[in-house]
Write a protein that binds this ligand. Structure first.
Ligand SMILES: *Cc1c(COP(=O)(O)O)cnc(C)c1O
Length: 446
């Protein structure tokens, strides 16, 4: 089987390299909404943050910050310092000078962004591995219960993990079906029973952007005697998350999306303070030991959230992630949340004006309270349109099989005029039939 990744943009380039663009890239000052977008940008308190990120191609509109955030300029100098000075000159002394506590330090910086305290969050491993650790720990702690409940909006990796963890515990995973856009809230609550050990959901769904009411679902899980584990990957850095306010037990998330941590940067995990001593790390390792430099052969979990570390932290990635997280912290989640919602609302209004007439469907929630900072558009010919949009329209979105285009609006780096221009370019790509030059066969490319 041919494995296809991302949007296939490299291969589409090869196909059409000789074709000159036929789509006007704008800006489109005479189009409806343009003046309003300009005004919104000039009043945007976050407008200056764009200068803190690398951008060598102003014509390109990058709407994929929810998959890989732009490069913060501070990450370049931080990683260079870590390589040249800390590794190159200080060598092993750097462990004591900075590296040994870096996973805790960066966890502490993420904490206020998700409504947690510094001693409840640690950076480690990938989101997938952290989800496994916390889900398995929760099932072990929930004596006599072995069921896990999630929904079909969840990310595949999460569903794989939850199923394997439930099966290993002798229980079952229930995947509650949705309509493909909205979280099946009532059905989820109805699926909780006295055998449910854990409810685990993506706070913001990776495709439609549906954003759960964390308070309500957490309370429902607790009422049924279950613990709750939120995946914040598409929520953190995009919308205000208040884990403490919701009374959430557990959470995981990645740092390379809206937190701008860089490709493959390590993930984080949250364990509510009152729960920390009750849970054991199922992937025990020396980094989560109470006294790793005793080199004892009997594992004693470190006090607090540190026990959920396993092995050596990826220092260079962590240094880059720290720079991205710092930029988010400087901007503040309230301002980021507000701008993200405004960008999605702008895309929605312009969708109605331009794209609804061209065979596109809005595949995200209409209720502003129930969405994140990305939106999903569906079209029968989405795959070819997506390729043409990247090549001719110079807009980078994500294609999501089988028939959707996902637009991510990173509040720190996406402007209102860019949203306006991107939708106008998309409309023109469809109107000009620029997609005709592309194969509809998705298996033909890798
Ligand atoms: C991006 C994402 C992941 C990524 O997991 P990795 O282990 O970093 O590959 C997991 N879950 C959700 C919900 C995501 O959006």
């Amino acid at each position: 089987m041919v494995r296809k990744r991302w949007s296939g943009r490299e291969s589409s380039r090869a196909t059409v390299a000789a074709v000159s663009p036929t789509v006007d890239l704008g800006p489109f000052p005479d189009s409806d909404g343009y003046d309003d977008a300009r005004t919104a940008d000039s009043a945007d308190p976050l407008a200056g943050f764009r200068d803190r990120f690398a951008d060598d191609d102003p014509e390109l509109i990058y709407l994929d910050g929810n998959s890989l955030g732009r490069l913060p300029l501070a990450a370049v100098s931080a990683v260079e310092h870590a390589v040249r000075t800390q590794w190159g000159s200080r060598l092993i002394r750097s462990w004591n000078e900075r590296w040994w506590t870096l996973a805790q330090d960066v966890g502490g910086r993420i904490a206020p962004l998700i409504g947690a305290t510094a001693d409840e969050v640690i950076v480690a491993d990938s989101t997938t591995v952290n989800l496994h650790k916390l889900a398995a720990a929760a099932l072990t702690a929930q004596d006599g219960r072995d069921g896990v409940v999630t929904d079909d909006l969840n990310f595949p990796s999460d569903v794989h993990v939850l199923r394997s963890v439930a099966t290993a515990a002798g229980g079952e995973l229930t995947v509650v079906p949705s309509d493909g856009v909205h979280g099946p809230v009532e059905e989820l609550i109805g699926a909780l029973s006295d055998s449910t050990a854990l409810l685990s959901l993506s706070a913001t769904a990776f495709k439609s952007g549906y954003t759960y009411d964390l308070d309500r679902l957490t309370a429902a899980a607790h009422e049924a005697g279950a613990l709750v584990l939120w995946d914040l990957s598409h929520a953190a850095g995009a919308v205000v998350v208040d884990l403490a306010g919701a009374g959430a037990d557990l959470a995981v998330g990645c740092t390379y999306k809206f937190l701008n941590g860089g490709p493959g940067s390590p993930a984080y995990l949250f364990v509510r303070r009152g729960l920390q001593e009750r849970l054991q790390n199922p992937i025990a390792g020396w980094w989560g030991d109470a006294d790793p430099f005793e080199f004892g052969l009997d594992h004693v979990g470190a006090p607090g959230v540190s026990r959920f570390q396993t092995g050596t932290a990826p220092i260079l990635s962590l240094v880059g992630a720290e720079a991205g997280i710092d930029v988010v912290a400087d901007a503040g989640m309230e301002a980021i949340d507000r701008k993200g919602r405004a960008l999605v609302a702008r895309a929605e209004a312009q969708f109605e004006a331009r794209l609804a007439l061209l065979g596109m469907r809005w595949a995200s929630p209409r209720d502003p309270a129930r969405r994140g900072a990305h939106a999903l558009l569906a079209h029968d010919d989405a795959w070819r349109i997506c390729q043409a949009l990247i090549e001719h329209g110079r807009v980078i979105p994500d294609f999501r099989a089988p028939d959707t285009i996902r637009l991510g609006f990173a509040p720190l780096t996406t402007s209102h005029v860019e949203v306006h221009t991107a939708i106008e370019r998309l409309a023109r790509v469809i109107e000009s039939d620029a997609a005709a030059g592309y194969s509809a066969d998705r298996s033909a490319v890798t």
